[in-house]
Design a protein around this ligand. Sequence first.
Ligand code: PLP
Length: 475
Amino acid sequence: MAKKPRQPLFSVDDALNLSRREIIELHQSYLNTTLVSMFKLLDFDKKFVKAEGVFLWDEDGKRYIDFLAGYGSLNVGHNNPEILAAVDKVNSRPNILQASLGAMPAALAHNLAVISPAGLKHSFFCNSGTEAVEGGLKLARLVTGRHKVVSAVGAFHGKTLGSLSVSGREKYKKLFRPLLEGCYVVKFGDEAALDRALDNRDVAAFIVEPIQGEAGVIPPPPGYLKKAAEICKKYGTLFIVDEIQTGLGRTGDMFACDHEHVKPDIMLLSKSLGGGVVPIGAILTTAAHWKAAYGTFDKALLHTSTFGGNARACAAGIAAVNYIIDNGLTEQAKQKGAYLLKKLQALQADHPMIKEVRGRGLLIGLEFKEPFKGYVDKFTGGALNKLYHEYFASLVASQLVQKYGIVTAFTLNNPNVLRFEPPLTIEYEQLDILVTALDDICGRNKTPGRMLVRAGQTYARRAASRPKKTIKSAK
Ligand code: PLP
């Protein structure tokens, strides 16, 4: 008989009934302690108890609109009943059984081949975005027999070692060196720089987000992706599009690279492919590349994943793709995104602290200007100086959540940018609520709103305080 643990263990029911304070303490004891302090500092520590569509509810019954939507994982909304029902349908089938060819991955791979840019046919299923990137890089190495990879300045492709090697922000990389050898960056949108980086004909892949997400939501100059694909072809380099955040209707096209009718060699998916219910990632490539990489008995198992292609994840994927198509969510993203972009750009004209609003479809970033820093420092006695670069847009985000019930966040590689990427099912009325809230927060008379200044002061005060602990740690 197994030895009884020293302390009683929580059941799922116990977990459901934990108070907000207990949750915070458990996070402090057993998860990322500093994240608890950050959430406290930014006043983000709500206990959300329900989620449906574009909405979240806290324990007091207050409703919030989710403009963050799992960093783009919730194109079909929270707990979409059609996705949940699809996952339910397979709950008596084997979920994980590598010794058999599953029906669900077969059907999902078929569907993805049908909706993807011409030429993409084979899928490999994994479990997250960064894992898809790793698989894409390995595939490119096998196909080309080369090892170098070029990516774009500011790019975000994930945080495992291979993905980090091709990502753009030094902060996330420097403590983990040495990373992969032979990784170089070129300016996003610069065709000539890409041409120069590839002209030795020794680069396996150019990996790029068709709209950079975490860099601060940056669409490329028109024609860039098409040209980049041509340059890659000229030098025998594979063109990898990372559609992990932009894919599945988000930007007003099924895939953001469809905007320029680009045919990538490899396309990477994750996030919304799981319908917001089950994690999944996918690496798509052409029949020829698949054959070259894994098309012999001794190569067929060079890349595998224990959970990749599990029935529940693939059922969620099948339902998510069908839901997006059946409900015209791609077109909705286009229309609603154009509406929101226009309104936010009009707001920019009224508020000098807004530097730029940009994006496509329902992937929109709002960048604040540097001079705003001066105002906040003045009102907080310089207490924000140190934290400013990392958490500035979070000050606005914390006001949005506290005062207006709107959830959003900054972009990882540019903390000065607030991102708006709600479920594609969002209503116009909810887009208006965001615009009014931002108008209010930014204030009038070319200075930040009093509300924002007060938030800065609170933020500065909290920087020193730490929550008290009442739950006893097991270890
Ligand atoms: N690629 C892009 C474009 C992303 O936006 C992200 C995550 O935000 C990733 C890759 C990494 O995905 P994951 O966090 O699932 O590893």
